[in-house]
Ligand binder design. Structure first.
Ligand SMILES: *[C@@H]1O[C@H](CO)[C@@H](O)[C@H](O)[C@H]1NC(C)=O
Ligand SMILES: *[C@@H]1O[C@H](CO)[C@@H](O)[C@H](O)[C@H]1NC(C)=O
Ligand SMILES: *[C@@H]1O[C@H](CO)[C@@H](O)[C@H](O)[C@H]1NC(C)=O
Length: 482
């Protein structure tokens, strides 16, 4: 009896063990299934874990049109096809295109007093208008380093011109005078110029005129009907120089900023979802009729720039020590302007690759100088943000190297030497195709920097509207319905 009982209970425990084993296996498989499913979800779910997306819970709704727009760099036949499929999307966004393939952004511009814009260029108003009559005279923008951040000037001119030009089709933007009809509200403060020219605190003054102007701007803008209506969510504010708007940006942050990078911004004040990255204006002249080849550019790798002491700048000195003994590498310190634009032009035009290493900010105009010189950019800047990257695939004409890799023994030089004639030539031709996207000019031309920037802004409009509509959910309170 005793024996039988033992064997019975053994059978029972075996049965339960089997049961237990099956259950755990099922649970295990189920959990894997869930993990895989989770991993396959779109990224915005992960993004919700980031602190910034709590404030700006904008789900990327441009995904479809983004894929379509990538065709800008794809062969021409494909481009036409995708542009046609794109059109219905754009109409959904409420952006009317004047031709079938282009967004025309409707912009209302505040009539800020001239001291905020062309007055900074020493232009004096003639009569009542705060704007120059650009049909008769275009205020001159100072040269030199100021030009790098002159985007404020080119965008404002283009906006003013959009009213006069007969060929409206040639424009990406249209100035409207009724703010209710506008897609965005433009704040025409030349903040980079203000920073470059007026940051010094004069004796007898408590603060610089740059700071005083920013305070005045905040007061002006936040008092406007348009700002109150939207809380600033549909406003566009220019802050291309990394040090411009240092004071005002903490107060105008619901607006979309036009920036060169996010290096000096806390993520809740500026981020990729909300803001627009614009190119620097290159200081080296475009290489017209470039017929150079892989073999006619003797220098393998070119770098000219300042030594930085702080932050990300340490990579520059490390690389200098790694590369200084390579015969076909040019690596020298000193600003392009000090070293002479002519010398830098010659240097870049006779090099296959041009280094862009993070300095005290992740971006610099050197990248755009390299593009203008058709010198394939090698980007060592882990936090760099690039203009219109939703429609341009930079990997087709730039080489990206992680800083940690670049600092490994011989990694960079071996990498550069491993890129052969065919691959380099492909990237060089791509550079010639895309260079116009980084060209600032007046009047603007189809597909130049000015129009690419307006279109990048236009692609932000649906997200702005979404934020606006969401923010308006609870505006109807008991008192207002009675
Ligand atoms: C501005 O546009 C809105 C909407 O289209 C319209 O209701 C309003 O009357 C317009 N205002 C003026 C001053 O024309
Ligand atoms: C480039 O080539 C075109 C056509 O051959 C010529 O008309 C033009 O002057 C050249 N430009 C420069 C800057 O060499
Ligand atoms: C926001 O509301 C307007 C109507 O006022 C509508 O036309 C628009 O499509 C809405 N935007 C979004 C993104 O839902």
């Amino acid at each position: 009896m005793a024996e039988r009982n033992v064997s019975k209970s053994m059978i029972a425990s075996r049965k339960s063990l089997f049961c237990f084993f099956t259950m755990t296996s099922i649970l295990f498989i189920l959990s894997w299934f869930l993990v895989l499913r989770y991993a396959a979800r779109p990224h915005f779910i992960d993004d919700n874990l980031l602190p910034t997306s709590r404030t700006f819970s904008v789900i990327d709704q441009n995904v479809e049109s983004t894929i379509g727009n990538r065709a800008i760099l794809v062969d021409n036949e494909k481009e036409e096809a995708t542009q046609q499929t794109q059109t219905p999307d754009e109409e959904d966004d409420g952006l009317k295109g004047s031709s079938c393939d282009k967004l025309v952004l409707k912009v209302f511009m505040y009539d800020l007093p001239p001291e905020f814009h062309f007055g900074l260029l020493d232009w004096k108003p003639n009569g009542k208008s705060v704007w120059p009559d650009i049909r008769t005279q275009i205020p001159h923008y100072p040269g030199g380093l100021n030009l790098q951040h002159s985007i404020e000037y080119w965008l404002t001119l283009d906006l003013l011109a959009s009213e006069f030009t007969e060929a409206r089709n040639a424009h990406s933007v249209l100035r409207v005078h009724n703010s209710s009809e506008a897609d965005i509200i433009f704040v025409p403060f030349f903040s980079s110029l203000s920073y470059n020219r007026y940051s010094k605190v004069n004796p007898h003054e408590k603060k610089s005129s740059n700071k005083a102007l920013q305070d005045k701007l905040v007061k002006y803008v936040t008092a406007q009907e348009e700002w109150k209506r939207s809380g600033g969510r549909d406003h566009l504010v220019l802050a291309h120089h990394p040090n411009s708007m240092l004071d005002a940006r903490m107060k105008l942050w619901p607006a979309t900023y036009m920036l060169s990078d996010f290096g000096r911004y806390p993520p809740n004040v500026a981020n990729v979802e909300k803001d627009v990255i614009a190119p620097y204006k290159h200081v080296i002249k475009s290489y017209v009729n470039d017929s150079s080849t892989f073999d006619s550019r003797p220098t393998l790798l070119y770098f000219q720039g300042a030594i930085y002491r702080k932050d990300g700048g340490f990579a520059r000195q490390e690389l200098f020590h790694r590369l200084k003994n390579e015969k076909d590498v040019h690596f020298s310190f000193g600003s392009v302007l000090k070293g002479g634009v002519r010398k830098a032009t010659e240097g870049m035009r006779s090099s296959k690759f041009c280094l862009n290493i993070a300095g005290d900010t992740p971006s610099s105009n050197r990248l755009f100088d390299a593009i203008a010189s058709h010198c394939v950019p090698v980007i060592i800047s882990d936090d760099i943000e690039l203009p219109y990257e939703d429609v341009i695939d930079y990997s087709q004409f730039c080489i990206f190297v992680r800083t940690s890799d670049a600092l490994r023994e011989n990694y960079l030089i071996n990498f550069m030497r491993s890129i052969g004639r065919d691959e380099w030539t492909r990237m060089w031709s791509k550079l010639k195709e895309v260079e116009s996207f980084f060209e600032f000019q007046y009047p603007s031309k189809e597909g130049d920097a000015v129009q690419m920037i307006w279109q990048a802004v236009a692609r932000k409009v649906p997200a702005m509207r979404l934020k606006l509509n969401r923010s308006g959910r609870y505006t109807r309170s008991l008192s207002s319905t009675e």
